[in-house]
Ligand binder design. Structure first.
Ligand SMILES: Cc1cc2nc3c(=O)[nH]c(=O)nc-3n(C[C@H](O)[C@H](O)[C@H](O)COP(=O)(O)O)c2cc1C
Length: 334
């Protein structure tokens, strides 16, 4: 029997399906949409623990927290325990209710500074970081990490135990090693072994893109929740499908075309407002490209909408697509 309860510290989440933090994707507008479809929790994009960089427009947007979406989870990345502790405290001052620490990012920029998944090589430092952050804040601290440094060094169980001993209140594990980057298939055996060995909630992550797969992974790993990343890109309603599958009501989740239109137009409007027109239009392009993967007869629309430079044109072309009118005024895609 799959449990649908996921509790992190004092927070009982409304759903065991949560959105993965994705830099450049899971900004406040996208998180709001995923929440509206029932994501149990969303986490901010990774933010540097170096607070001296928080005045850049990028960090300001990343730290723009949607405070009405409880629990407000913020992810930080760094490698110095004291710096991470200070950053965690600063996030709590801004309204964070959960501090998530990133030890999963394989990006060179992060790894060169021995942050992200590079930290998995240094278990002593992992313990120091987690001890420092847990001591610094009185909100739950969670850890997101990979199964190990490389396939010969899968230390996810040891890291999980270190985290639990430090007082971390939940783990999210991406079923790949750092060396795997995003290649190959995510494996869930290691995640299952961590789940067996710790008492705190464990959330499984990696390549989970359908309700069927999410239920299969919950069964395989016995995890408390599932984290969805790329599967939610251009498909935020996946959280409604996941919840329905868990309840056994999957047949009621069909998305009407008008609903899809409203999601896309609402998303565009939010992005344009959140970032301002220039950046908003640029950020919107990738989301529109992902949405187009779910649209019929969308080649011409996609080709045009990712090339225009104004918010009004992005909106006009999207409205026109849903009216079924091509550029020459002819009706199509009814
Ligand atoms: C574009 C992109 C950005 C990401 N940014 C972050 C991040 O900021 N923090 C983090 O912990 N993981 C990040 N990840 C990793 C995801 O959270 C997740 O672990 C990974 O994509 C595997 O899950 P999926 O197969 O469901 O996408 C990112 C992944 C992608 C594709």
């Amino acid at each position: 029997m799959i449990s649908n309860k996921l509790r992190i510290g004092p927070y009982e989440l409304s759903s065991p399906f949560v959105l993965a933090p994705m830099a450049g994707v899971t900004d406040a507008p996208f998180r709001r949409i995923c929440r509206s479809f029932g994501a149990g929790m969303t986490t901010s994009e990774m933010t540097t623990a170096d607070t001296s960089l928080w005045q850049t427009p990028k960090s300001r947007h990343r730290l723009d927290l949607d405070l009405d979406a409880e629990p407000v989870a913020v992810q930080i990345a760094g490698s110095e325990p004291e710096q991470l502790a200070l950053a965690a405290r600063a996030c709590v001052d801004r309204g964070a209710q959960i501090i998530d620490i990133n030890m999963g990012c394989p990006a060179k920029k992060v790894c060169r500074k021995a942050a992200g998944s590079a930290l998995l090589r240094d278990e002593k430092l992992v313990a120091e970081i987690l001890d420092a952050v847990v001591a610094a804040v009185d909100v739950p601290v969670t850890l997101k990490y990979r199964t190990g440094w490389d396939r010969e060094h899968r230390n996810a169980v040891r890291i999980g135990k270190i985290a639990e001993d430090a007082g971390v209140q939940a783990l999210a594990i991406h079923g790949r090693t750092r060396a795997d980057r995003y290649n190959g298939e995510a494996e869930y055996d290691t995640i299952a072994r961590v789940k067996e060995r710790v008492e705190i909630p464990v959330i499984a992550n990696g390549d989970i893109t359908t309700p069927e797969k999410s239920l299969e992974v919950l069964r395989l790993t016995n995890c408390d929740g599932v984290m969805i990343g790329r599967g939610a890109q251009g498909r935020p309603w996946i959280f409604r499908e996941l919840a329905a599958a868990l309840d056994g009501t999957a047949e009621n989740t069909q998305l009407e075309k008008s609903e899809l239109r409203d999601i896309m137009l609402g998303h565009l409007d939010e992005l344009h407002r959140f970032y301002g027109e220039t950046t908003g239009v640029r950020v919107a392009r990738k989301h529109l490209t992902w949405y187009c993967q779910n649209l019929e007869n969308a080649d011409e629309y996609r080709h045009r909408v990712v090339r225009v430079d104004s918010a009004s044109e992005q909106i006009r072309l999207t409205e026109q697509y849903f009216l079924g009118i091509d550029q020459s005024g002819k009706e199509k895609n009814k």
